[in-house]
Design a protein around this ligand. Structure first.
Ligand SMILES: [Ca+2]
Length: 60
């Protein structure tokens, strides 16, 4: 199933809270990884998409 949506869910002691939309403009993402790439203390997300041949960095 292909998607154009990238979301995250905060982990809580009771499970997960509501969906937070990051973007609806990613086409068929096939790999994601997280880390603080720029050292600002916030976790970043890097997503690759083979359909549009992009690697995209999302940050807060
Ligand atoms: Ca960061």
């Amino acid at each position: 199933m292909r998607t154009t949506k990238l979301s995250w869910y905060k982990n809580t002691p009771d499970g997960f809270n509501g969906e937070v939309n990051i973007t609806s403009a990613v086409f068929d993402p096939n790999k994601a990884d997280t880390g603080d790439i720029d050292g600002d203390g916030y976790i970043d997300i890097v997503v690759s998409s083979g359909t549009d041949k992009k690697i995209t960095w999302y940050q807060k």
